[in-house]
Design a binder for this molecule. Structure first.
Ligand code: ADP
Length: 551
C-alpha cells in the first residue's frame, strides 16, 4: 500500500488547479491589490526560488513580521512547501520579546513589512544571533544602513520558480509563540500534518464549515496563530480571500465586507464590539455576512444577540489556544436542541461549546482526579489530539508543567455539562480567589457588557488582606453615558450575590489590550495591585462575610 503524507502540497495544488481564477484581495496603502490563485501560485513558487537562492534549506526557520496582506500570504505557502519552517512573529510585541523570540527560534531570514515592523528589526539588528537576510514585503527599498536588505518584489521578479520537493508529514512547517500574557513567550511547532489536519477540521461542518462559495476576510492578525489558520482552510477550499492590511479600523472592515461581499470572518470580541458601535452611527451594507467566528476571549452574549437580531449574522463562539492551533471547540446547538427556546439555545451558544473533531478532553481537579460532566464540577481542562501540540520548543521546565501523559494542561478552568458542552469559568491566572471561594471574572465581564451603557469591561483580582483577593472592575462607558459606580453595582446585584460584587469600579477611557486585542489583565493587575483604591460607594466591602472561610 502506498501512503501519501498529509502536507500542504495538495492544498496548493487544489487552489491553483481547480480554482485558478478565484481572487485574493489585499488592502495596502495605495488601495487594493487583486489577483488570482493562479498568480498567487506563480509568485509563491518564485518566492520559494528566491529564498532557496538566498541559501534557505529544508529545516531552516524563516521568520515573518507582517500584517494581513497577500505578500505575507505567499510566504505562508512558499516557506513550508520548500520544506522550511514558517515562524510568524507578532509585529507589535515589545522589543525584548521580539529579540527573545527571534533568537530562541534561530531565525535566519526575516520577511518584514515596511514601516514599524522594519524599524523594529533595524533597531534590534545587533541583538539578533542568527539573522542574515531581511526581505521587505514591499516594492520600495527602505532607507537603511543594513546591507542585507532586499525587497520581495525585486527577488520575485528575478527568481527561478522552485519545483516543490517531497515533504514528510512530520516535518515542522510552522512555529508560533504564545503572546506572553502569562510570562515569557513559549514557542510551539506545527508539523505539515498538524496544519493539514487543522485546516480540514475547520472546514468540516462539525467545526466551522468552509466552502468554495465563501468569501473569507482574515481579521485575526497573521502573526496570531496564523490568523487562526484560516488562510490554509481557505486555499484548501478554494474560497475567495480578503486581506485587510495593517490595523484595519471598523470603517475599513465594514467597507471591505460590503465591497467584497464577505461571508465569513473571525476575530476577538473587541473587534466585533467596535464594529457594532461603528454600524450604530454609519450606513454600511453587511448583508453578505453570514457568520463571524469569535474567540480568544469569551464572546459576550449581548454582542451575539445584537449581530443576530440587527444584522442576521451568526456569531460562532470558539475556544482555542496557540497550543491547539486555535480552533479547539465551537459552540453550536446540537440538532435535538433546535426546538428549544431561543434563550435556552443562547445559553448553549454562549458556552465554549463542543470540542472540534479529533480533539478529546477531560476535566481534572487539584488532586489529579477526573471530574464528571455535570455542568457544575469545576476543574482544569486537559486536551489532546492531532491538532494539539505535545511540547514547547526548547523549554523543558514548561513541558513538565504543561503536559501530562500526552495531555495538554490548558490552564483553563472549566465545567462540562451533560451534553458535552465546555464552559470556561476562567483562566487559572484570572480567576478571583476570594475567601476560599471562586469568582469568575469572565462571568462578571459578560454581565457588565450586557449593560446598555458599557462598551468594555475587564474584571481583575487585586490582593486583599482578609479575603486574599477581591474583584475590581475596569469599565469603559458608552460615549455620552452618565454611569456611576452605584449604577454598575446595582445592575450586577440583580444577578449576583453581594460577595461577587467588585470592591471597586474604575472608569477608564479604554481597557488596555494585548497585542492580539484581548483585555490585558496582566497589565491591569500590575497597575492596580498596590493602588490604594477608594472603595466603590455601596461596594461589597464585606467581601465574603458569611460565605467562605478566610483562606
Ligand atoms: P495567550 O495565552 O498569549 O493569550 P492564546 O491565544 O494562546 O494566547 O490564548 C489562549 C487562551 O485564551 C485560552 O487558554 C483561554 O484562556 C483564552 N480563550 C480563548 N478562547 C476563549 C473563549 N472563547 N472564551 C474564553 N477564553 C478564551
Amino acid at each position: 500500500m502506498v501512503s501519501t503524507d498529509l502536507t500542504l502540497q495538495p492544498f496548493y495544488w487544489r487552489a491553483t488547479n481547480l480554482f485558478p481564477e478565484k481572487e485574493i484581495v489585499s488592502r495596502g496603502p495605495d488601495g487594493k491589490t487583486r489577483y488570482t490563485y493562479q498568480k498567487f501560485g506563480d509568485r509563491t513558487r518564485a518566492l520559494a526560488g528566491a529564498l532557496s537562492a538566498l541559501g534557505v534549506e529544508s529545516g531552516d526557520r524563516v521568520g515573518t513580521v507582517g500584517w494581513n496582506t497577500h505578500r505575507h500570504y505567499e510566504a505562508y505557502f512558499a516557506i513550508p512547501l520548500m520544506g522550511a519552517q514558517l515562524h510568524t512573529i507578532n509585529a507589535v510585541l515589545p522589543d525584548d520579546h521580539v529579540e527573545y523570540i527571534v533568537n530562541d527560534a534561530q531565525d535566519e531570514v526575516l520577511l518584514v513589512d515596511p514601516g514599524e515592523p522594519f524599524k523594529t528589526i533595524e533597531r534590534l539588528w545587533d541583538r539578533f544571533d542568527d539573522v542574515r537576510e531581511v526581505i521587505v514585503l514591499s516594492d520600495e527599498h527602505p532607507k537603511t544602513d543594513l546591507d542585507c536588505v532586499s525587497t520581495v518584489e525585486e527577488l520575485v521578479a528575478d527568481a527561478d520558480p522552485l519545483e516543490w520537493p517531497d515533504l514528510s508529514e512530520d516535518q515542522p512547517a510552522g512555529m508560533c509563540y504564545t503572546s506572553g500574557t502569562t510570562g515569557k513567550p513559549k514557542g510551539v511547532e506545527y508539523t505539515q500534518k498538524m496544519i493539514y489536519s487543522h485546516a480540514m477540521m475547520v472546514a468540516t461542518p462539525s467545526a466551522i464549515g468552509v466552502d468554495e462559495s465563501d468569501v473569507i476576510m482574515h481579521v485575526v492578525p497573521m502573526y496570531h496563530v496564523n490568523s487562526w489558520e484560516f488562510p490554509f482552510s481557505a486555499a484548501m477550499a478554494g474560497a475567495k480571500q480578503v486581506y485587510p492590511g495593517p490595523s484595519p479600523d471598523p470603517a475599513t472592515l465594514a467597507r471591505l465586507i460590503e465591497e467584497e461581499e464577505v461571508t465569513l470572518t473571525a476575530g476577538v470580541p473587541t473587534v466585533w464590539i467596535n464594529l457594532l458601535d461603528y454600524l450604530d452611527d454609519h450606513d454600511a451594507d453587511i448583508s453578505s455576512l453570514d457568520r463571524i467566528v469569535v474567540g480568544g476571549s469569551a464572546a459576550p452574549s449581548a454582542v451575539m444577540r445584537r449581530f443576530e437580531d440587527e444584522y442576521d449574522v451568526v456569531l460562532e463562539h470558539a475556544w482555542g489556544m496557540t497550543e491547539t492551533m486555535s480552533i479547539g471547540s465551537v459552540s453550536r446547538p446540537k440538532s435535538h436542541m433546535h426546538g428549544w427556546s431561543r434563550e435556552k439555545r443562547f445559553e448553549k451558544r454562549a458556552k465554549q461549546g463542543l470540542l472540534s473533531p479529533g480533539v478529546e478532553m477531560k476535566l481534572v481537579d487539584d488532586n489529579g482526579e477526573e471530574l464528571p460532566w455535570d455542568g457544575e464540577s469545576v476543574g482544569e481542562l486537559y486536551v489532546r489530539g492531532p491538532t494539539v501540540v505535545s511540547e514547547y520548543y526548547n523549554r523543558p521546565e514548561a513541558n513538565e508543567e504543561g503536559f501530562e501523559d500526552g495531555w495538554l494542561r490548558t490552564g483553563d478552568i472549566a465545567t462540562v455539562d451533560a451534553d458535552g458542552y465546555l464552559e470556561l469559568v476562567d483562566r487559572a491566572k484570572d480567576i478571583i480567589k476570594s475567601g476560599g471561594e471562586w469568582i469568575s471574572s469572565i462571568d462578571l465581564e459578560n454581565e457588565l457588557m450586557e449593560h446598555d451603557d458599557i462598551t468594555e469591561a475587564a474584571v481583575i483580582a487585586v490582593p486583599h488582606d482578609r479575603w486574599r483577593e477581591r474583584p475590581v472592575a475596569c469599565i469603559k462607558p458608552k460615549s455620552g453615558a452618565d454611569l456611576t459606580a452605584d449604577d454598575v453595582l446595582a445592575f450586577l446585584e440583580e444577578s449576583y450575590p453581594r460577595w461577587w460584587l467588585p470592591d471597586n469600579i474604575i472608569f477608564v477611557d479604554s481597557v488596555p489590550k494585548t497585542a492580539t486585542g484581548k483585555f490585558d489583565k496582566k497589565r491591569l493587575r500590575e497597575s492596580y495591585e498596590d493602588a490604594d483604591l477608594p472603595r466603590a460607594p455601596g461596594g461589597s466591602s464585606e467581601g465574603n462575610e458569611n460565605v467562605g472561610d478566610d483562606d
